[in-house]
Every structure is written in C-alpha cells, then in structure tokens.
Design a protein around this ligand. Structure first.
Ligand code: GCW
Length: 714
C-alpha cells in the first residue's frame, strides 16, 4: 500500500506544503485567463441576484421532448448544465428526462423554458420538439444565470429566425487560413480521421451555445482534393465530433472537380457525364456523411473555375450541383461575389449585373450567398443592391467575422454595429420595411430556405481568435444569426459579462469600448464613404496611392481623388450604381443633398470645398475624421487602463499592448492618407489635426513581410 506523501509528513510540514499548494492554485498559473474558455467560463458568481431562489429552482431541471429519451445531444445538455451550474453557483442539479407533447411554438430547433411547481418542488422545465432544442435551451438558461438575470422572470419560448446559421472557414488543406489571423486551421487534416482533437468538441460547444448549426470546413478558393475518399473520411470524423452539438458540415466544391479529381475532360455543367459525376459524388458523400449539409461554391471569381468557362450561366452551374444534392436533402450556397478578369465600369455593379437576370432560374435547394456590401467587406459599405432585387431566389447574407479590412487580430473592432446597419437597411424590395434581415429570414418573400454565413475568425491560437476581445465577433455573429432583432448593445453586454465579469466597473467600460470601436476604425481608415484604400495583398495598412495593378484592384480606382475633389460618382451622372437599388433608396443615395454623410464618397465625387452639415468643408471634415479616429483609439486605451486590477493580468496586458499598436497604426493611416490626399486638395490641415510624424514617402516605403492570412505569403 502506498501512503499519500501528504499523510506521512508531520503536521508543520503539512501545513507548509498546504500553503504552497494554495499559493500555486491562486497564482497566475492555476487561474490563468488565457481566453480558451471563451464566453463559457463558469466561474462562481460572487453575489448572485437571488441566491436562495437559484439554489431552490435550479436544483431540479427537467429536459422534455416528445421522444423522452436520452441521446448524445441530451447528454451534452445535461453535462453542460451540470458543469455550468456547479461552477457558477455551486449547485449539483438533479436533471431528469421526460416525455412531452409536441409544441408547435418550438419548431424544429426552438425551445421553451418555464418554471413549474412539481408538488412542493420548484423545477425548471426545458421543452423542445427535438433534442437540439433542449441543448439550445440549456445554453440559454446558463447564459441567463451567468449574466445574472432574474431567474424567476425566465419564461422563454424561442425559435431561430434563420434556418442555416453557418461559419465559413477559409481553411486550406495545408492548415493555413486565408484571411486567418489566429494561427493555423483547427482541422488537423493530416491526423484526421484517427485523432480527434478535444478542441473539436469545444469548438462545437461554443457554436451550439450561440445557435450556430453549420460549418463549411474548407476555403472557397477550393481544393478539389477534399472531395476524394480519404478527405471525405476526415470530414466525416469532424462531422461525428460536431453532431451532438447540432452542427452539420459542408464543403466547398471546386467547380472543375469532375476534371481535377474525376478524370473527366470537362466540367461543363450541361454535359451528361459531368451531371452523372456530381450525382455519384453526392451519393458517395452521403454514404460517408449521412447528414452532410451541402456545397458552398465560389465560381468565376478571382481565378476560380466556373460555368462561364463553358459559356454557361451561374444558374446552370448551381443547378447541376443542386440536382445532385437534392435527393439527399443537401443545399448549394452559390456565392455572388464575382470578380472576373474583365475590368467592369464599376466593380460595385458586377454582382448585380450578373445575378439579377438569373432571378427565378435557380433550383429550390440553391441559395445565392451575397456579401453585406457590393465591393468587399470594407469598414463601411452600403447594403448590397442584390438584397432588394432577387425576390424569387432565397438569398443568404455573408458577413466577414475575420477582420480582413479592419485591422486583422491586432485592432479592436466589434462588428455587431456594422452588421446591424446592413440587417436593418430597408431594401424596399417589396415596399417599405423590406429590410435585409427580412429578405434573408424569408419573411419578405416567403422562401422556405434561409441562411446566413460568417467567415470565421477562429484558429489554433490558445484564445481561438487572436485578439482577446475578437471572440466578441464570433459570439455576435451567432447571436444575430439566431435573432437579428437583438441590439449590438445587448450582445456586447452579454459577451462582456460572460467573458469577463458581471461587475459593473468592468462590464460598462468594456461594453462601451466594444460599441465605439468599429466607428473608430472607419474614421482612421476610410471615413465618409471612402473604401478600398488598403495596401495590396495583406490589406492591413494604408496604400491609397497604389495604382500599378489592374484598375479595379487599386485604391486610386475607388477614391478617384483629383484636383477637384474625391469620391466615386455612382449617381445617375456617374456609373449609376445607385440605379441598382429600389427607387426610394436610389433617390436618397443618388442625391448629394440626401446621401448619408457616412456614405458620401461611396456615391459621389465631391469638391474639396463642398460644405457638409457641420458647416465645414469636405477637406476639413475628412481631416477631422482621421484625427478623431486616432483620438478614439486613445480613448479605448484610457478606458482599458481604468480596468487595471479589476481583471486578470494576462488578458489585461495582452489587450493593453494591442491597443497601443492600434493607436500607432491609426496614426499611420491618418498621416499616410491625409498627406497623400493633400497632394490633390492643396489645402492645409485644419486646426486640431496633429501634424504628420513622417513624410509621405516614409509611408509609401513601408513594406510588411509575412502578414498572417495573406494568400501569396508576401
Ligand atoms: O475579400 C476577398 C479576399 C480574398 C477572398 C475573397 C472572397 C477567399 O481578399 O482572400 O478569397 O474576398 O471572398 O472570395
């Protein structure tokens, strides 16, 4: 028999050892906040709102479905509740599974949470028609406790507004991630399907906690290899790890796959052999992954193959894949982000020009996936005109969670306010009130298939998203995908409480920082509707002078600064991109007097001395916006500094360093852009704008090497 070493020590030694142990446990090592737990930290709530009530009600929980039986998903719900409640409140809950009658109000994925008295025992009952609803209900209950909500007021029945809530991973099979700033791909393709990294389960848990129910595993700049048997088996292993959490896998389909890996001579979608190849491929995939979600396709864009290579349309291409998937219940998400080798008169018009004529021509299991704005995920864009122009086609909204154009994982930019701007925009597709959100959730045109996608910001970094505050964007995407009516404010508050603390001294300042951050980025990068001013390839720093690429890849094409003024004339006298919007919208955007100032230079070429609503000239206002962007980053630093001692040192230091780099970068953007634009405006910087630190040439000479996420690696 071996005696525990602690027992054979004398009592003095024992207490000394005990002290050391306590010391270690309470030191940074044992309590490190490395961000791995994301918003699912279940640390003890110091002063719960209703301690005795909690203890009473949450000690008995019933999970009820019509089937009334256990399953991996119900087990996941029970495990999460046990872990969560014991961590948050020290409660060991008694959780039972019961049968229930179907509840139409809960739909396919929804749930109802009610308090019920069972004899003298008060109980929380989570009811759903399917197991996944119970899991979502469990996460809602935990969020309520974690954010210190009043549990006796908890009576919720909820269903998601959009059916397919998907993360698009731009992950390559070699584990690099296009526009990924948080390490390498989570998917260890080489070791799959043998090794199931425990992280896969934590990834699925985090997604389920915010209602995400799909993951496209691979980059839209696709490798056809993923459609071959060995890779399908790897994808199947991931699907199995995610399944209890309600997450289906999808893959990107390279349009030339029938030729690339199928041995055919063509990928012409109307060729019978090609049709047969896709049908057989779908059959094979569903043998291996029975609940496979479908394909995401980027075709005839940025060098990707597509149906136009054979003189066919996007609809011809999408439909051949859709027909192959239809017998198995799969869908095609066909992207409208098209960027072909012809230089258009206005790049912002291209997607509409190609897709609007195809409205009504797609098969029912195709959804056309459209970025929020017509150019490319810029810090501010107007909503994409296609949302108002394809009533006969289900349309998915594609958002970019990863901060390709908003400072990567170095800058703080909370994106919920930006996404709300798009979701709440009125397209007038079918009269007033046809917001982008209502087009996407199907309520404007009654489409049964609805979807929303977010380009993921996850990677192998310990904290998942690189910047300790960037997970707020992953969280916000899931919450808005579930319910687009939630406010950015509420989402910021929830995330902060769960990720940091319910202490108002912490919650308030972080929430304020989050909400202010995106506008700060707009101000120091692309104020007043400017866009696409970034350096080539890595898209991190400023490059407004770049003019040596094909025209519509260059900033000069977009800002059009000259001696007269600045901005892209997209009004009726210019490219008439405004004509792609419904008349009431076109009227507002198309008129310099009514165009919102924050989109002014998107739609108009404006003289330098044009007076804005402030009474200042355009030049002065532009300069002051850049200056204000810098000042806002200083504001973020100041607010963060006030949290010293209130949050853990690890995250505090990490964010502090990043905010200081953000302020330096903001100065760089301001000084580079203003000095460059000054070569056209010939006007002095107005009072209040700090003089540039270096001459223009200094900024032109900056060359950043090996910026993460850059496809060419330059
Ligand atoms: O924003 C651009 C990116 C490309 C990306 C492309 C797309 C995956 O710079 O890296 O490619 O959009 O959305 O297809």
């Amino acid at each position: 028999m071996t005696l525990c070493p602690l027992l054979i020590m004398n009592s003095r030694l024992r207490s000394c050892f005990g002290l050391i142990l306590v010391g270690i446990l309470s030191s940074g090592v044992a309590r490190a906040e490395d961000g791995y737990r994301l918003w699912l930290r279940y640390d003890r709530i110091v002063k719960p709102a209703q301690p005795t009530f909690y203890a009473d009600a949450l000690s008995h929980i019933v999970l009820a479905t019509p089937a009334g039986t256990d399953s991996p998903t119900i087990t996941a719900a029970r495990d999460e509740l046990m872990t969560g409640l014991s961590g948050l409140l020290g409660i060991k809950a008694d959780i039972t599974i019961e049968g229930s009658v179907p509840n139409a109000a809960c739909g396919e994925e929804g749930y109802s949470i009610q308090m019920a008295a069972r004899g003298s025992i008060s109980t929380v009952v989570i009811t759903a028609n399917h197991d996944i609803g119970v899991l979502y209900g469990a996460f809602t209950l935990l969020r309520h406790v974690q954010t210190d909500g009043l549990i006796n007021e908890l009576a919720v029945t909820e269903t998601p507004r959009i059916q397919r809530r998907i993360l698009d991973h731009w992950d390559n099979l070699n584990r690099t991630i296009e526009r990924g700033y948080a390490g390498f791909s989570l998917w260890d393709w080489f070791q799959l399907p043998d090794r199931i990294d425990p992280r896969y389960r934590d990834y699925a848990r985090a997604n389920a906690s915010i209602g995400i129910n799909g993951a496209v595993l691979t980059n839209v700049n696709a490798d056809a290899l993923v459609l071959t048997d060995p890779y399908l088996r790897k994808a199947a292993a991931l699907a199995e790890a995610f399944r209890p959490y309600g997450i289906r896998v999808y893959l990107t389909a390279r349009f030339s796959a029938p030729a690339d890996v199928g041995g055919l001579k063509t990928a012409d979608p109307l060729d019978p052999a090609v049709k047969a190849w896709w049908a057989a491929k779908a059959e094979e995939i569903y043998q291996i992954i029975p609940d496979f979600g479908g394909f995401l396709v980027k075709a005839n864009s940025e060098g990707q193959p597509g149906p136009q290579d054979y003189g066919r349309t996007h609809a011809d291409g999408a439909n051949v894949l859709a027909d192959a998937l239809a017998p198995h219940g799969g869908i095609v998400m066909w992207r409208a982000f098209v960027y072909d080798h012809h230089v258009p008169d206005d790049r912002a018009k291209q997607a509409y020009n190609e897709f609007h004529p195809l409205d009504g021509k797609f098969h029912p299991n195709v959804v056309v996936q459209i970025k929020n704005g017509p150019v490319d995920f810029q810090p501010r864009e107007p909503f994409h005109p296609l949302f108002g122009a394809m009533l006969r086609t289900p349309l998915a909204l594609e958002l970019e969670i990863t901060q390709e154009y908003l400072g990567a994982s170095v800058h703080l930019a909370f994106l919920a306010p930006m996404w709300k701007e798009c979701l709440d925009a009125d397209t007038f597709a079918s009269g007033h009130g046809s917001t982008v959100a209502r087009v996407v959730d199907g309520s404007v045109d009654n489409h049964p298939l609805t979807a929303i996608a977010g380009v993921a910001n996850t990677g192998t970094d310990r904290n998942w998203c690189g910047h300790p505050l960037a997970a707020a964007n992953w969280y916000a995407f899931g919450r808005l995908a579930w319910d687009h009516t939630l406010s950015a404010d509420r989402i910021a508050g929830e995330w902060t409480r769960m990720t940091f603390s319910n202490d108002p001294r912490v919650e308030g300042p972080i929430q304020t920082m989050l909400l202010a951050s995106r506008e700060a980025v707009v101000d120091y990068m692309t104020p007043l509707g400017l866009h696409h001013l970034m350096a080539t390839d890595h898209h991190y720093g400023p490059g407004p002078w770049v003019d040596n690429l094909r025209p519509d890849w260059t900033p000069v094409y977009y800002h059009r600064a000259d001696e007269r003024g600045i901005g892209f004339d997209r009004s009726a006298t210019g490219s008439n991109a405004v004509g792609q919007y419904a008349p009431p919208v076109a009227k507002i955007f198309g008129d310099l007097a009514t165009c919102p100032e924050n989109l002014l230079l998107w739609f108009h070429h404006v003289p330098w001395d044009y007076r804005l609503s402030s009474g200042r000239t355009l030049w002065d206002e532009l300069c002051l916006h850049y200056q204000s962007g810098v000042e806002r980053t200083r504001g973020l630093q100041g607010t963060w500094a006030s949290l010293a001692g209130l949050i853990d040192q690890e995250r505090f230091d990490h964010v502090r360093v990043l905010l200081s780099r953000q302020e330096r970068d903001a100065r760089g953007w301001r000084d580079a852009c203003l000095q460059y634009f000054q070569t056209f405006s010939h006007r002095p910087l107005p009072a209040g704008v700090e003089p540039p630190e270096h001459p223009l040439q200094y900024y032109k000479d900056v060359h950043l090497h090996y910026v993460p996420g850059t496809p060419s690696g330059l």
